[in-house]
Design a protein around this ligand. Structure first.
Ligand SMILES: O=C(O)Cc1cc(O)ccc1O
Ligand SMILES: [Fe+2]
Length: 431
């Protein structure tokens, strides 16, 4: 079992950490013989020649190189994939209730259920959106995703994510990012967990620029935590599962691949507590665009346009006067997938439950439901509203989120979702 040994703070830092003193070579990466009889191995997360400020790689010093495992054969888990389809896609507003907990024993990888996505691992852009519900540890099973980094958002039940580079303990309202290629397993200390996963096939997530906000605000770099090195020195009949080009593969492996005794670099897993987000809003009038709630951003090749934007709607005080305070009615060029981690969301009076999700695609009209509209239109805006118990989020993407067939067919899909706007009254009085 990999032991938790603490965290290092900062976003995008060059970290250096060793679980055994004297592991890291001094002044070089690949000495002729590594200390303690370890192997040196580099993991490159970006092109060798990527500009310095977006170059990611980590040097690992490990018991065995990652090349040591059996042959890959397909791994059957039909619900987790990137087959978002090529045919017609409905522009309808879509919403789902929380996914039920599994009836039999299911681990994190077995419990992943693809909701939709865009682009592809082959194209090197786009995202995959998944829900998971799981009730078993990954015992003897290890996983890596060659297709992209994984943003993991537990909604219920903690996750202990044991990675090659150390252990992340993640509670609901915290999120974790596992970089492309990093091997890990997930244990469930609360026996059950469910939540959301966004795979990012494009440029890695980074902190957004702050522009006129200034040098502080939104997610602060020091609140991102990367684990210190810790390792398993274990032999056994284990399994390595790989996600490669949209599908899963398995290979026998005779040892734990979480065998990195020391490492240095910046291609690293991290976690972030969403409750630490410094939310900024209007203190005069109008509801600002939700870009001010941006936590992490994966840029596309068009400046200012996100391959993936991770946006969070946490507790906040609404003070705008003579303003319709909840999110307005809108249609966006971007496509939106929302989830709810805790409490209620201020645009939806009912039906959007913690663990549920919605998709509002490019130019599809949406906004407050009828009950929310009526209430907020009458509210006293001379006094502030304290929105306390809430944590909603959005995966927003420049490209249409194509729902998977299994998501469209799922029993937990709310087929009558659009009825939440049916009760909006006609108030028009031309005189
Ligand atoms: O649709 C939503 O609820 C998300 C959202 C929130 C907001 O405050 C403004 C725009 C937007 O898309
Ligand atoms: Fe929206």
């Amino acid at each position: 079992m990999v032991k938790q040994t603490g965290y290092m703070s900062g976003f995008g830092n060059e970290f250096a950490t060793e679980a055994l003193a004297g592991t890291l070579p001094d002044g070089r990466n690949s000495p002729q013989r590594v200390a303690h009889g370890l192997y040196a191995e580099q993991i490159s997360g970006t092109a060798f020649t990527a500009p310095r400020n977006s170059n990611r790689r980590t040097w690992t010093y490990r018991i065995r190189p990652a090349a040591m495992h059996g042959k890959f054969t397909p791994f059957t888990q039909a619900h987790f994939h990137n087959d978002f389809g090529q045919g017609p896609v409905t522009p309808e507003q879509l919403r789902w209730s929380p996914m039920p907990m599994p009836a039999s024993k299911v681990d994190f990888i077995e419990g992943l259920f693809t909701m939709g996505g865009n682009g592809s691992p082959a194209a090197g852009s786009g995202i995959g959106i998944h829900l998971y519900s799981a009730n078993a540890d990954m015992s003897g099973r290890y996983f890596y995703n060659a297709d992209g980094e994984m943003l993991i958002v537990p909604q219920q039940g903690r996750l202990v994510i044991c990675t090659e580079l150390g252990v992340l303990e993640v509670t609901p309202q915290e999120v974790a990012v596992i970089p492309r290629g990093i091997r890990f397993k997930v244990n469930l200390p609360d026996r059950e967990s469910r939540g959301y996963v966004c795979e990012n096939f494009g440029a890695f997530l980074r902190l957004p620029d702050l522009g006129p906000i200034g040098s502080n605000g939104l997610a602060q770099p020091r609140d991102f935590l990367t684990p210190c090195a810790s390792y398993e020195d274990q032999e056994g009949d284990f399994e390595l599962v790989a996600k490669f080009q949209g599908h899963l593969w398995r290979a026998d492996i005779g040892h734990s691949p979480l065998d990195v005794v020391g490492w240095h670099g910046n291609h690293v897993p991290y976690k972030y507590d969403l409750r630490k987000f410094n939310t900024i809003g209007s203190i005069s009038f109008d509801h600002p665009d939700p870009s001010i709630f941006l936590v992490l951003h994966s840029p596309s090749d068009t400046p200012g346009v996100g391959n993936l934007d991770f946006v969070v709607f946490g507790p906040r005080i609404l003070a705008m006067q003579d303003t319709f305070r909840p999110p307005w009615f809108h249609r966006n060029i971007a496509s939106e997938c929302m989830g709810l981690i805790h409490g209620a969301y201020d645009a939806k009076a009912e039906g959007f439950a913690p663990g549920g999700c919605s998709i509002h695609n490019c130019m599809t009209g949406h906004g407050p439901d009828a009950a929310t509209f009526e209430k907020a239109s009458q509210a006293d805006t001379t006094k502030p509203d304290y929105i306390r118990d809430t944590m909603a989020f959005m995966f927003e993407s420049r490209h249409v989120i194509r729902p998977s067939q299994q998501a469209m067919d799922a029993a937990h899909r709310q087929a009558e979702y659009i009825e939440c706007w049916a009760g909006l009254e006609k108030h028009f009085k031309p005189a």
